[in-house]
Design a binder for this molecule. Sequence first.
Ligand code: SF4
Ligand code: FES
Length: 367
Amino acid sequence: MTAPPPIAMLAELTHRCPLACPYCSNPTDLLTRDHELDTETWADVFRQAAEMGVLQLHISGGEPASRPDLVELTQAAAEAGLYPNLITSGVGLTPKRLDALEQVGLDHIQLSLQGTTADLADWIGGYKGGFDRKMKVATEIKNRGIPLTLNAVMHRHNLDDLERTIEMAVDLGARRLEVACVQFHGWAETNRDQLLPTLEQTKEAKRIVSEAEHRLRGTMAFDFVPPDYYSDFPKACMGGWGSTGLNVTPDGTVLPCHAAESIPHLKFDNVRDRTLSEIWYKSEAFNAYRGTDWLPDPCQSCDRKEIDFGGCRCQALALVGDASATDPVCHKSPHHQKVVQALDAALNTPEQDLVYRKLPTVSKQVV
Ligand code: SF4
Ligand code: FES
């Protein structure tokens, strides 16, 4: 099939981050600084992306502010004609850096929120003092009028605090609030039993979001991502594999989604070896699950196959052991029982310490 051009790209500039969130979507095998692409290579990737038709560039990490060349990279993105959106914890963003970012064309900031109090947020982020620093940065962003989305990652330990989270987003002048319940990839999969919310929490969250959406119409928009284990149907992960967006990891590996490297039989190309366009249109990995021809039954004969494309490949692999299986979240999947079992295990496991994200102390060999 002929794929349309991508419209968005996620550039994971680095895996370095002062925070250590136990639900981080980065892979558990994190890359150290010596693997990262240099400034010029990233700038070239941004130009290639713009030429292909990409509009939005999500500058992410890890913590992108850990890169000393963040301003230079943002400038390169804006000059290429992309709309740069900075996805950040805020730690590492000084007023001076914010001024410089604004000057070179930063379009939007997406600030993560771990909790509404210092105790909760610093415990979840594994970084003492992080909440206070974040609040200072949030005020600086508000004072400058930079368009802000607050990204509240929700789970068992903070979902009951949702009403306060919404109030906080309004106070900070956010134009959008993402209430994003943790999806179980990367570090979150390791911590699933400790993070999965209960069904009651999920129902209450839906009620609160729906009421707030109505009340705050015209002031703040909402994106609500519920925990999909409680859904009847899976999400259309990435809007369908290789259909709208691509991710570039710190070392230049190009992925169809952030967890794709967990699929062991796929080989992912690198911008150091092939152009972005070749990778998007011709690589084996991007074509592996494009469209609907590859779908198994029951998806093949299902009237939702153009809506969810059989769900998430990485979730099918994690729960069923087969990336080409129907996402087991779907109640029609022959493996739906795997989700029921995972829920049962998560809700009956006694409380344990969280496993925090951490970079290896010894670097993997650079190839
Ligand atoms: Fe989606 Fe497949 Fe389930 Fe149909 S059977 S709803 S296409 S996952
Ligand atoms: Fe990889 Fe959903 S996270 S397809």
